[in-house]
Design a protein around this ligand. Structure first.
Ligand SMILES: Cc1ncc(COP(=O)(O)O)c(C=O)c1O
Length: 388
């Protein structure tokens, strides 16, 4: 048996050493506390669970779903966008439910990338943008996200010949891993750039509902002309603590939505219908859970920011997302820093280098650790500061 050549291009799993150490420590009975994963610890709201249980009893929901989802779900997504962002989308042409946004993000390059084509991808970034590009036979040109630019790509610095070869542009705000946010002015620049170079823009936006201090992140599709060039990936995962339910959506340009639907209809058979009914309840039902969850994350953010600052890391308190992105002291790689932290305190954080070259020098701390564990982990960090 011979694996396809594309496997040779898969990057090595950077955290292999860290994962092994975690397993060893746990096997020895050590109490390892992880701040590594952006997976909400708060349960899914009860009204959503109740709707799933009810829908699971209906035999109509035991059969194959349609690839493009229930019409009622597409309508609910459209209503949610209208209520949240003041945008109207045709539920039959501009909305597509996904089996978690990762599914659509991973497949969408098949719509726009032919072998040898370029995608513009931000670095550091969610790895699925570049993996999807690679699986489609394309290559990535990475756009650095740096502190100097508030972690926004500087589109003026993309060489003309690169922009001409590119077919897609990936952006993601509120951003994982940097927690940066973008405003409509930036999105307008993206629209102008995409129009100039005939690019398909994919905005990945699963964190718009996780925000602090009264801030409300915008949708890319609110920028004038965005619908001519782009589509937005969204998800119920982080908004309603539904990461395990696997349901998200793509919304925007009708041609792009149709292309992704064509890919999907050849690969998958849609989202289990009972989950679609639960998602409708999430999108149209009581929304008070969002403010309640954000109050919990905001308190955790404040504690994390305080401790990291105390131990000498430089950071900007995030306005949104589930992460704190912090600059580590000189003299360490981010992997060395995380390994030392794990060795000496049994606390796990993510090395920024795992998200790309420009993530080097940073760590990402997730806010999805339960309060008591978070406080214990931070207490260990404060004690540890003397060793830095
Ligand atoms: C930036 C970003 N995009 C997309 C996803 C995928 O979300 P889901 O597939 O659960 O909708 C994640 C998950 O962590 C993420 O951080």
């Amino acid at each position: 048996m011979q694996l396809a050549k594309r496997f040779e291009n898969l990057p090595p799993y950077l955290f292999v050493g860290i994962s092994k150490k975690i397993a060893e420590k746990r096997a020895q009975g050590e109490d390892v506390i992880s701040f590594a994963i952006g997976d909400p610890d708060i349960p899914t709201p009860q009204n959503i669970i109740d709707r799933l249980c009810q829908a699971a009893q209906d035999p109509a929901n035991h059969r194959y779903p349609e690839s493009d989802g229930l019409p009622q779900l597409r309508q609910a997504i459209s209503s949610w966008y209208q209520r949240r962002f003041g945008l109207a989308f045709d539920p039959d042409k501009e909305v597509l439910p996904l089996i978690g946004s990762k599914e659509g993000i991973g497949h969408v390059a098949l719509c726009f990338i032919d072998p040898g084509d370029l995608a513009l991808v931000t670095d550091p970034g969610y790895p699925v943008y570049s993996m999807g590009t690679m699986f489609a036979g394309g290559e990535c040109f990475f756009l650095p996200l740096t502190e100097d630019n508030d972690f926004l790509p500087d589109l003026d610095r993309v060489p003309t010949e690169v922009a001409q070869r590119a077919r897609m542009l990936w952006i993601n705000y509120p951003n994982n891993p940097t927690a940066a946010v973008a405003d409509i002015d930036f999105f307008e620049k993206v629209v102008a750039f995409a129009k100039r170079h005939n690019l398909a823009v994919c905005h990945d936006a699963p964190y718009t509902e996780v925000a602090f201090d009264g801030y409300s992140p915008p949708s890319f599709l609110q920028a004038p002309g965005a619908r001519d060039v782009g589509m937005e990936f969204h998800s119920l995962s982080k908004s309603y603590n539904m990461t395990g339910w696997r349901i998200g959506m793509a919304v925007g340009n009708a041609g792009m939505v149709d292309a992704l639907m064509k890919v999907k209809s050849n690969i998958d058979s849609g989202i289990p219908q009972a989950i679609q009914y639960a998602a409708i309840e999430a999108l149209l039902g009581d929304q008070s859970c969002i403010a309640e969850h954000n109050a919990i994350y905001q308190r955790r953010r404040d504690l994390v920011v305080k401790t990291l600052t105390k131990i000498g890391l430089r950071l900007k308190p995030p306005m949104a997302s589930l992460y704190v992105w912090a600059r580590i002291p000189e003299g360490y790689t981010s992997l060395d820093f995380c390994t030392k932290l794990l060795d000496e305190t049994s606390v796990v954080v993510t090395p920024g280098s795992g998200y790309g070259k420009y993530g080097e020098g940073y760590i990402r701390v997730s806010l999805t650790t339960p309060d008591d564990r978070l406080e214990e982990g931070l207490a260990r960090l404060e004690k540890w500061r003397g060793d830095l």
